[in-house]
Design a protein around this ligand. Structure first.
Ligand SMILES: [Zn+2]
Length: 210
């Protein structure tokens, strides 16, 4: 950890890695063990350090959920889960990298069993601070949004803006609030399968404009 990089550097490197692997513009999901990492830790750390967090961390698969579906409602920690699944624990428990590797091995095992994964949790945050809001509107690449006081450690322009996917796994649709009120005219992304007749097929929702 002492020789590690800062969080913003790590997020940038990770983003680049996703891009180089051809994953970034596909329908992919972050997989964690428990909701702590995405719901609490990364979110609060990024807010505290005013780091712009990529939107793909706003929804995730908590592997505990599929694990319980496959192995019964058993409550256990990651190490116990890995061993219960018949795998050997590799490395040191609670070491970030080793936890991640073992989570990935458990994920692979469940995938081999044919388990169909879907998003289990998401942050439905609406940032009141436009500096912290990812602008995901397509076409904004050439015209970055205007940030009056851009702090030095903000990396908004360094991430590519994606059109987000909804939880159905299709490109979300962009909507505008027509109802009179304080949010009138605000732009949002919603379920890509939304139709006037059926409504939304999933609960995906994210403000484009703060
Ligand atoms: Zn949807």
């Amino acid at each position: 950890v002492d020789r590690g990089v800062t969080l913003s550097e790590a997020l940038l490197k990770h983003d680049k890695w996703l891009e180089n692997k051809g994953i970034k513009n596909t329908n992919f999901a972050v997989v964690t063990w428990s909701n702590w990492d995405c719901r609490v830790m990364l979110e609060s750390e990024c807010r505290y350090k005013k780091i712009c967090k990529p939107p793909y961390f706003n929804h995730w698969i908590n592997l505990k959920v599929p694990f319980r579906e496959v192995f019964g409602g058993v409550r256990c920690n990651l190490k116990e889960a890995v061993e219960l699944a018949g795998l050997d624990w590799q490395g040191r428990a609670h070491c970030g990298l080793d936890d991640a590797r073992n989570t990935a091995r458990l994920l692979a095992l469940l995938m081999h069993r044919g388990f169909k994964f879907s998003i289990t949790n998401s942050l439905m945050w609406q940032s009141a601070d436009p500096l912290l809001a990812w602008n995901q509107a397509p076409g904004h690449l050439s015209a970055p949004p205007y940030y009056p006081q851009k702090p030095k450690d903000l990396h908004i322009s360094q991430f590519q803006f994606n059109h987000p996917y909804c939880f159905c796994g299709v490109k979300s649709t962009k909507g505008i609030v027509r109802k009179p009120g304080p949010k009138q005219g605000a732009v949002f992304f919603g379920c890509g399968n939304w139709t006037l007749a059926t409504g939304a097929r999933c609960h995906y929702f994210e403000w484009v404009t703060p």
